[in-house]
Design a protein. Structure first.
Length: 164
């Protein structure tokens, strides 16, 4: 039996209940990414492009190395995706202010429009789910998601999302 603790009240979940939650997460992810996947298909882009557009949009001026740290993909993978986005005019690269070797990334006007188109779909999905679940569910949902981030990365991830 797995022991999952929430605050002062211990909550015991059976293996089957944990497996059901994991399965729900797979189904939710499938449906959460379906709308954006349909939009991205029109541009011949995939989920890697979506992640880059999302994080560059949320962090204007992010460096390539910071983006690599967030995405945890190889330089080669990022380079392929980033080059396509730059060549097609969705992302602009600018030299660093203090270190001109740095490449700072920004969404272009077209990139902002695409990011908005994609995020609007997902925002509506999340808002609908929160509305159906009720106000108390929002804090619990955040706690669960935060708990899924490794202890080593949680603080940095939370700082990153809370700055905007």
């Amino acid at each position: 039996m797995a022991d999952v603790k929430s605050g002062m009240n211990p909550l015991f979940l059976r293996e089957e209940e944990l497996r059901q939650c994991i399965e729900l997460l797979f189904f939710a992810y499938r449906d959460f990414t379906d709308g954006p996947d349909q939009v991205l298909k029109d541009y011949n882009f995939g989920r890697a492009h979506h992640r880059v557009i999302h994080f560059v949009g949320r962090n204007p001026g992010i460096t390539v190395s910071e983006l690599l740290e967030i995405l945890r993909i190889t330089k080669q993978s990022l380079s392929r995706v980033l080059n396509a986005l730059v060549e097609r005019g969705f992302i602009e690269q600018r030299p660093g202010v203090t270190d001109r070797r740095q490449r700072l990334l920004f969404l272009s006007k077209e990139g902002v429009a695409l990011e908005h188109k994609i995020s609007e779909i997902q925002q509506k999905q999340v808002a609908k789910a929160f509305k159906e679940a009720g106000g108390d569910a929002v804090a619990g949902y955040r706690q669960v998601l935060e708990g899924l981030i490794t202890d080593d990365d949680r603080e940095q991830a939370l700082k990153r999302i809370m700055k905007t």
